[in-house]
Design a binder for this molecule. Structure first.
Ligand SMILES: [Zn+2]
Length: 250
């Protein structure tokens, strides 16, 4: 068996960090971002998210039809967007559609707003309909690690109004589980708590007959130690709340 030591500060990093009105981002990293599309050099995301997005674009052949509207945002950019929207659109619109600075998923570099290509694109609410190429993207996304983050029937849970254009990278297979079980990210973080490290783990079948194991490791001290099978491929992400989600490929 192999021992892994996880320190408390790692709770706030990884592909599965939950960022919402209750849980702010903890670090404003400005490194490790890549350009999503050479035509829009201002739109950047974390490298692994860009790679996954490229796979979806290649798979559905949509490069000329879907536009990357907004990716990673710094704290200063979110402040500007928030204040600008308050000024132009008023408080009720802004509170519905624009996250408070420090509480936007866009700070993580794991979220992207996409729009159907047309002459004028609304920066805050781009059009991304439930048909044609946009819906093809939406249906394909969970197989590559992305989910539609703010769905209409989850508004009470996410605290954000329906945003058909906003996609979040959480990594595969988490995206596929969320999609199949119709769970918002908030609900998924809760769901995974049922599969604690020292209890039964969530087991799902992956590609080529491989088994994927997922479990939650709570962290109430400065560091926790876990053991996993030797030579297994694994991934650890903080949940940005109180622990880690471990994914093992067997
Ligand atoms: Zn967004």
């Amino acid at each position: 068996m192999k021992t892994i030591i996880l320190s408390k500060s790692q709770i706030y990093t990884g592909d599965l960090i939950l960022v919402n009105a209750h849980y702010p981002v903890h670090s404003h990293s400005i490194e490790g971002f890549s350009i999503v599309d050479a035509k829009y050099p201002d739109v950047r995301m974390k490298r692994n998210a860009v790679n996954a997005l490229q796979c979806i674009f290649d798979k559905i052949g949509c490069t000329d039809q879907i536009v990357a509207v907004s990716g990673h945002r710094s704290l200063a950019e979110q402040v500007e967007i928030y204040n600008g929207s308050m000024r132009d659109n008023g408080r009720s619109f802004t509170e519905k559609y624009v996250a408070l600075p420090n509480h936007s998923e866009h700070h993580t570099g794991l979220a992207i707003d996409l729009g159907l290509k047309q002459e004028v694109i609304d920066f805050i609410r781009p059009e991304f309909p439930y048909d044609g190429i946009c819906n093809k993207f939406r249906k394909t996304a969970p197989y590559y690690g992305f989910v539609e983050r703010y769905q209409s029937d989850k508004e009470d849970i996410t605290g954000i109004a329906h945003e058909p254009w906003h996609f979040r990278y959480v990594g595969h297979p988490h995206s596929e589980v969320m999609d199949k079980e119709h769970l918002s990210f908030e609900e998924y973080i809760e769901y995974i708590r049922n599969f604690t490290y020292n209890k039964e783990h969530l087991r799902i079948s992956g590609n080529a007959g491989k088994e994927i194991e997922i479990f939650f490791v709570p962290c109430h001290t400065e560091r926790v130690e876990i053991t996993i099978p030797e030579h297994s491929i694994y991934q650890v992400s903080g949940n940005n709340v109180d622990g880690f989600i471990v994914t093992i490929l067997r």
